[in-house]
Design a protein around this ligand. Sequence first.
Ligand code: APR
Length: 247
Amino acid sequence: MHDLIKQAAEDLVAAKYVVALTGAGISTESGIPPFRGKGGLWERFDPMEIAHIDAFMKDPAKVWNILVKEMKEIVDQAQPNDGHNGLVKLEKMNKLQTVITQNIDGLHQAAGNTDVIEFHGNFAWQRCMDCSKKYETREVDVSEIPPRCDCGGILRPNAVLFGEMIPSGALWRSRQVATDCDLMLVVGTSAVVQPAALMPVIAKQTGAKVVEINPERTPLTGEISDYLIKGKAGDVMNRIIEEMGKK
Ligand code: APR
């Protein structure tokens, strides 16, 4: 692992335009479970039953009782970890320009990154399905399920559910920065959900280096990514930043 840490530090020092693509793995050290793999949310719940727009339309109370209540408590308490803080340090070094995140927990912004593309929306806000009025999640009274808007409409998470389109602005900007970057750090994603998993492919096809940080291999490993640093985001980011400090 140490050779790859040195390699990543060298590549980051040489890079001019770094973009990060992150997934649930970067937030596990903040106490938020991943979706897949051991201890993943989808081990306990069928995503098509609780995270698909059709499921929400069919029975919003069921989705609220599981997804929102489960997520709300955990996300409300979560704090950024060294994985998030490492990306902020890279931004302060004028290396990292943009974070594309699949996470809806707002932890990159809480850590201090200033350009974060929320590819799957966010959980900080709920919106009315009738009038689209937005409410801060922490202000929403969940004693009545599903909670309702002043207009009487049902509130839903401002996050992208399965079966829904990626917000066009987020998709467009992500493709743009993936095309323009010369190094993409892919941190804590299983890279199985599209079109987010396409961003490292676009980066690679347009000449960038792709570096994965993940305790496990993904479909990108050995195909799209130049190398995988097998480890946890917090520890690996700390080592990389330290190694860059020696250059
Ligand atoms: N550091 C780095 N990577 C980690 C860590 C860690 N501490 N812990 C776990 N991982 C890795 C896992 O090995 C796995 O490859 O993070 C990945 C998490 O994968 P998923 O749970 O599938 O999460 P993600 O890739 O973000 O899922 C994509 O799927 O369910 C939908 O909308 C949801 O945004 C989500 C999308």
